[in-house]
Design a protein around this ligand. Structure first.
Ligand code: AMP
Ligand code: ZN
Length: 472
């Protein structure tokens, strides 16, 4: 498989450390609010990557953290803790907020057919691991104490900007409007590993540490949780592109300083979902959630389909018009699948093979999901039996996870008469009603319509005759 690697900024052949095994880490949600559909774009594309690696035969271990402490309102270690702000907003405790939004995240993820990672670890469960890592960094001379906090000393590194193309001036602490300069820092990019002093004294969660009562910085979470569960060598680290700097850059700095060797070989970053105002973001407010889409009548899987139609390395512009187009295409696709019937036949695996090759070729090429969707449509074009078509659709859906077979079955179940529906009786009543209408006997015609309605049968008159369906 070829993957674009932010480390190096090129497409590279993916080769894991251990043959046949992939260790994958994902930055989890900061659980102070609902995930918006932009966050979920990132998780959908990471889910496709994980599922494709499994499809391609790898044994995958995927680890994800839950950020329930330490993520401040600015990524550069200043401002209020996001969790505390969430708790204040809702007059609840930080842990209540964390539990509520963690559950909400996984409920949204499940509606989008996003598989749960193998390991999910809240940051607040790993305080001893963070402390151990910070102690080691101090011992090795990579960290220093200043003003009550422990900082990572980026001046000790030859190449801090591992992703290269960062615009230092723009990112400089003190020039972004939401960032105030921390005079304790030796170098402007130094970052906090452990806080005991914050301008925001009412930080709710604090733990004893060798440096006093305090709490971890956000970046240390991901390094320590990844190393705890995935070991010293990570194959793929994922996140939204906004995480590349400073979060992932800092993760690399501290993990490699701690381990004494290269840590993670591939960095997979998903570009943002944009709306009219630019990047969809929790802090700006006014964002869209899965529940909001559902309230407006959208099937969450139609949103997944919308995401898969674009490449993960291109920004995706959200509008309801664009989503409506995806909904139409998705519904048509389901309707086409619903018309297929195996009639008890077996698929022809030889005939299926070239279609599978095309599907793999698309995803092997830097996870090109839109071409993979095209490969799915190609199944209908081919001269294949329905059994083979259904086999391929189910096979591709192991990766795409659009619920295609289930949705087609549900559609058929809705339109097929239930076992206890007396079709002969319904058709007899319809014939009588047609006669009554021909005789201009409206009272009888209406009475028959009511009788059918009582049987939960809805009839529709059209120029081609009368059709009926079971009331939903
Ligand atoms: P957070 O819950 O803020 O920590 O973010 C969770 C994930 O969503 C991170 O990987 C972010 O990089 C990613 N993310 C944030 N905003 C967007 C967006 N508008 N589009 C895509 N991914 C995003
Ligand atoms: Zn992270």
């Amino acid at each position: 498989m070829i993957l674009y690697n932010t480390l190096g900024g090129t497409k590279q052949e993916f080769v894991p450390h251990e043959t046949g095994k992939v260790k994958m880490y994902t930055c989890g949600p900061t659980v102070y609010h609902y995930a918006h559909i932009g966050n979920l774009r990132t998780y959908i594309m990471e889910d496709v990557l994980e599922k494709y690696l499994r499809y391609a035969g790898y044994d995958v271990l995927r680890v994800m953290n839950i950020t329930d402490v330490g993520h401040l309102s600015s990524d550069a270690d200043t401002g209020e803790d996001k969790m505390l702000a969430g708790a204040k907003r809702e007059h609840k405790t930080v842990m209540e907020i964390a539990q509520y939004y963690t559950d909400a995240f996984f409920s949204d993820a499940s509606k989008l057919n996003i598989k749960k990672p193998d390991v999910i670890e809240p940051a607040t469960h790993c305080i001893p691991e963070f402390i151990e890592m910070v102690e080691t960094l101090i011992d090795k001379g990579y960290a220093y104490l200043a003003g009550g906090n422990v900082y990572f000393d980026t001046g000790k590194l030859d190449n801090y900007y591992v992703f290269g193309n960062m615009n230092e001036d723009e990112l400089q602490v003190g020039v972004r409007e939401d960032v105030t300069e921390d005079t304790n820092k030796r170098n402007k990019n130094d970052f906090v590993l452990w806080f005991t002093q914050s301008k925001f004294e009412d930080q709710a969660l604090k733990w004893e540490s060798p440096w006093g009562l305090g709490y971890p910085g956000w970046h240390i979470e991901c390094s320590a949780i990844s190393i705890k569960h995935a070991g010293e060598y990570l194959d793929i680290h994922c996140g939204g592109v906004d995480n590349a700097f400073p979060h992932h850059t800092n993760e690399i700095a501290q993990s490699e300083a701690y381990l004494g060797h290269k840590w993670c070989n591939y960095w997979f970053h998903v570009l943002h979902l944009l709306d009219k105002r630019g990047k969809m973001s929790k802090s700006k407010g006014g964002f869209l959630t899965v529940s909001l889409l559902e309230e407006k009548g959208y099937d969450p899987l139609a949103y997944r389909f919308f995401c898969l139609q674009s490449h993960y390395r291109k920004p995706l512009v959200f509008s309801f018009e664009n989503l409506d187009n995806a909904v139409q295409a998705y519904s048509k696709l389901i309707a086409r699948i619903a018309k297929l019937d195996t009639n008890g036949a077996q698929p022809d695996l030889n005939a299926a093979k070239p279609y599978q090759d095309k599907f793999k070729e698309a995803l092997d090429n830097d996870l090109n999901t839109s071409l993979a969707v095209t490969a799915l449509y190609d199944v209908f074009k081919g001269d294949l039996s329905d059994a083979t078509k259904l086999y391929l659709i189910a096979d591709f859906d192991r990766v795409l996870s659009l619920g295609l077979i289930e949705a087609a079955q549900a559609l058929n179940a809705r339109s097929a008469p239930a076992a206890d529906v007396d079709v002969a009786k319904i058709e007899e009543l319809i014939a009588k009603r047609t006669q009554a209408r021909a005789d201009r006997d409206w009272a009888t015609a209406d009475a028959i319509r009511d009788e059918l309605k009582a049987m939960h049968i809805v009839i529709k008159d059209s120029k081609d005759g009368v059709t009926w369906e079971i009331e939903q």
